[in-house]
Design a protein around this ligand. Sequence first.
Ligand SMILES: [Zn+2]
Length: 370
Amino acid sequence: MDPQAKSQFFSFPVEIRDAIYTYLVLNAIHVFMRECNPVISTCLEPNIGADFSGWERKPDPRLDGRNDADAVWGRRLRSSWGPHWQCEEVAQTTTVMTLFSVCKRMCMDIADVLASNNVVFHVTDLDTLGHFAQSLSSSQYGMLSPDFRCIKKLHITLRLPFPLFQALVSDATRTSSPDSIQAPLHRNAAEPDPVDMWLEVWPALALQSQHLQHLHLWLDHDESRPWYHVDERTVLSQFFASMSSTNIVGLQDVTVRLPNLHPLHENPDLHFTKGSSPPPACATVKRRVRQRHFYDETAVGDGRVIYEEDFPMLFELVELHDSPFHREEGLSITREELEDMERGLWERGETPNMAELMWAFGPTCELLAI
Ligand SMILES: [Zn+2]
């Protein structure tokens, strides 16, 4: 007799079991590699459209009982999972994968839920994307689902080393002009070349993601220097060329969320600026406030948190004006309004400061001066 037939859990109707699985798996999951094996964990679904400066990652020692609050803050600020830093902490202690190891029948049940419930799959590193892009039927992903290629919603969050972005531009320059000198990307010779990984993963992923409908890419580098140093058009050329509705027939939308550009340093030849050549059809570039707190490692195992200003310089005003009083009086400010006003100041050759904004917002900001 099948021992699972004795299981009280499997005596429940399939609808009940599916409801339990759905509750456990939630709406979104992270997939990542651990010791060369794919691992799944739950996603806490942070609002990646919100303005995160990094301050929100600072632990409150009174609440957490931590004496190492600065060290924890520093680790969180360096998280390669970006706005999913809390998901990374969850993944370090628990994974959904344990459900798969209960028994084969439960594994197959959960695989069906993942396949049919429009679950959002989150990936936060190139290595895992590379595994996605492999022939999935022969990989361990094949054990998770009869057809893992049925993914409809894929969210990719990549906070990559700044030298990789430089190397991608150097590679493109060398390809178009063979006599040019390529900037070296320091790495372990035993590791795969990240430039090759970046350039090869997108066409391969497009081949393996033929059911993909919604694709989201969150991109950043891991240094405190401003984002405008990155040649967005060159870096994203292979991504846009591959992850398109031409190559993936059912693809409905591609959203690329990039950090803000400083108005004085944006360049339509390098960046997707307002009025310049847009990304390909079905793709949208959105901007966000970039992380402003960074961990500066001054020695091995030692460092401090530093703050780097970025555009808009005074975005905290948005929070200050997000009070019931300001909303009732119609005096609240949206980030878009603040950015438009600050952009105007920069373009007129003026340096924005609190006094300027108080003047511009009249009674709204006069309250701040009290
Ligand atoms: Zn997450």
